[in-house]
Design a protein around this ligand. Structure first.
Ligand code: NDP
Length: 254
């Protein structure tokens, strides 16, 4: 049975854990061939095997997207293998929290490298293929979905540079949306509230004890599939409909 994304190819960054895993699963269920991009290759291969077993098509692509050459190579490998690229999900991300005063600037650089520069690298490499897909592809439309955050809409103390990166993603997304609107490449941003993933795990014990653990104890967080639902919704709209922004929150998160 033909599904909504039959004949398309999607590339998902950050497909080795959390939101990216379920995004890849759902896009594959809809019929897209999916390139799984991240650094932890074993995990990508396990997911690719699972998707293949379920009747889908997937390719594990090991890449550190902070390195422009590797990001470009990931896009190239995808197009070489599947012949095209219709959908880019810029999902890879890093969140390191804490005060600005006394911060280790290397943590800021790591966040900016993944959340901003990595997203730019994959977007730049993918655009020629997406423009071609919008002209010649089965759907006559192509998609970029950028995974931002509620932290791209609201700023909080101790979220400083994470806020900076996600506000930046929102601004870049809207600018690119306007640039590409007439060429039928849809560019949208999805802003999740709290989701139960590995995202917080890279923070130190103090941040866990003072910020993350108390928050998690008080709220029922979303599961990654909830955000994957949103991504799938955005990329399966009719050609005439572009979801420019989707803000998905846990019901009990103010
Ligand atoms: P996870 O930590 O579970 O996943 C992050 C993914 O990014 C991993 O697959 C990781 O793979 C990948 N990644 C990190 N650095 C790189 C890199 N240099 N090159 C390639 N891939 C990289 O977190 P989530 O699933 O929660 O995060 C996904 C997105 O959702 C992020 O952009 C995050 O900011 C956003 N988000 C998450 C929220 C949450 O509450 N969880 C809320 C709002 C937004 P690997 O380490 O194998 O490279």
């Amino acid at each position: 049975m033909a599904s909504k994304l039959t004949g398309t190819v999607a590339l998902v960054t950050g497909a080795s854990s959390g939101i990216g895993v379920d995004a890849a699963r759902q896009l594959a269920e809809q019929g897209a061939a999916v390139a799984l991009v991240a650094r932890r290759k074993e995990r990508l291969e396990t997911l690719a095997a699972e998707i293949t077993e379920a009747g889908g098509t997937a390719l594990a692509v090991e890449a550190d997207i902070t390195d422009r050459d590797q990001a470009e190579a990931a896009v190239r490998q995808t197009v070489e293998r599947f012949g095209r690229l219709d959908i880019l999900v810029n999902n890879a991300g890093l969140m390191l929290l804490g005060p600005v005063v006394g911060a280790d600037p290397r943590e800021w650089e790591r966040m900016i490298a993944v959340n901003v520069q990595g997203l730019l690298h994959t977007t730049h490499a993918a655009l020629p293929h997406l423009l071609k897909a919008a002209e010649e592809g089965p759907r006559q439309v192509a998609d970029i979905v950028n995974i931002s955050s509620i932290a791209g809409r609201q700023a909080w103390e101790n979220y400083g540079v994470y806020n900076l990166t996600k506000f930046g993603v929102n601004g870049f997304t809207e600018s690119l949306r306007q640039e590409l609107a007439g060429r039928h490449v849809r560019v949208g941003v999805l802003e999740p509230g709290a989701v139960d993933t590995e995202l917080g795990s890279h923070n130190n014990a103090t941040i866990h004890a003072e910020m993350l653990d108390p928050f998690n104890a008080q709220h029922e967080r979303l599961v990654p599939a909830d955000i994957a639902d949103g991504i799938t919704y955005m990329v399966t709209r009719p050609r005439r409909t572009a979801i420019a922004e989707l803000w998905v929150m846990p019901t009990d998160q103010a």
